[in-house]
Design a binder for this molecule. Structure first.
Ligand SMILES: [Fe+2]
Length: 279
């Protein structure tokens, strides 16, 4: 049994894992402990890792099965199934910073990925934090009448909502043709592993709430977003070299920060893990 520690980063979200080298085989007991910690803390930060793209793929599977990305053209050169996020894409003269507003990943899928994971390859000298907000606590704190109002509501999640607060990078025609049908998901979902309810929101992709005029749907989503993104629900990750971070898309929303010198490069490997149909 390797010796390692799991230390919470806040009272609600995030834990730091120190003392494991994920290029080495992870035994069943350690794997179970890590998955238990993931269900409890929602964001895990494994420090001091050194991954080649295949090693990163191998390590990610400690937490589940890999899921392909919609944007198939954005892969690490030579590794078509290892994706990346970077600050070097410019569309129509405007730099695209992936994940710049709070969201949950790929919620346009009927069975969205349960987790997303990043490994820091190049980081700016300061800034570029990733923020996470805890959607279990945000749900728990809602007043009873609002819980009753949203219970049973379902939202339509498309690749890019006409109401999205930001654009996404361009898709090739091939990637566009391979998009799944819209995901139609409850506003409140129950986590398959920890049993807790959570708000499930994504203004980038939510285009409608079933049975509700768009104007009312947008007002409700805005109200829930303002509630859920309060600082008291946040864990803000400051990236260090060697950080491998995984988060639970069923438990947290996340956003990136374009607050660093864009002459510096930010480049992280990115993988997602298969999830279940939200209920
Ligand atoms: Fe994201």
């Amino acid at each position: 049994m390797p010796s390692f520690t799991i230390t919470p980063m806040t009272g609600h979200t995030g834990a730091e894992v120190i003392g494991l080298d994920f290029t080495q085989p992870i035994d069943a007991e350690t794997r179970a402990t890590l998955n238990q910690a993931f269900a409890e803390h929602h964001v895990l930060v494994m420090r001091d890792q050194h991954f080649s793209p295949p090693e990163f793929k191998q390590a990610a599977q400690v937490f589940g099965a890999l899921q392909q990305h919609d944007k198939k053209e954005t892969f690490v050169p030579g590794h078509p199934d290892v994706y990346y996020v970077s600050n070097d894409q410019i569309v129509n003269g405007k730099r695209i910073i992936p994940g710049e507003t709070f969201h949950t990943d790929h919620s346009n899928h009927p069975a969205p990925p349960k987790a997303t994971t990043l490994f820091a390859v190049e980081l700016p000298s300061s800034g570029g934090d990733t923020q996470y907000v805890n959607m279990h606590d945000a749900y728990d704190d809602l007043l009873a009448d609002l819980k009753a109002r949203i219970d049973g509501l379902r939202a339509v999640h498309v690749y890019l909502s006409k109401y999205s607060p930001r654009s996404l990078g361009t898709l090739t025609e091939e990637s566009r043709q391979n998009l799944p049908p819209p995901g139609i998901h409850p506003l409140v979902r129950t986590h398959a592993d920890n049993g807790r309810k959570a708000l499930y929101l994504n203004p980038v992709r939510m285009e409608a709430i079933e049975g509700m005029p768009d104007e009312d749907a947008l007002a409700l989503i805005d109200q829930l977003m303002r509630h859920a993104t309060q600082k008291k629900y946040e864990y803000r990750h400051q990236w260090r070299h060697g950080d491998w971070v995984i988060w639970d898309n069923r438990s947290v929303m996340h956003q990136a920060n374009p607050d660093y010198d864009m002459n510096e490069r930010r480049f992280l490997y990115r993988l997602m893990l298969k999830g279940e149909v939200p209920v």
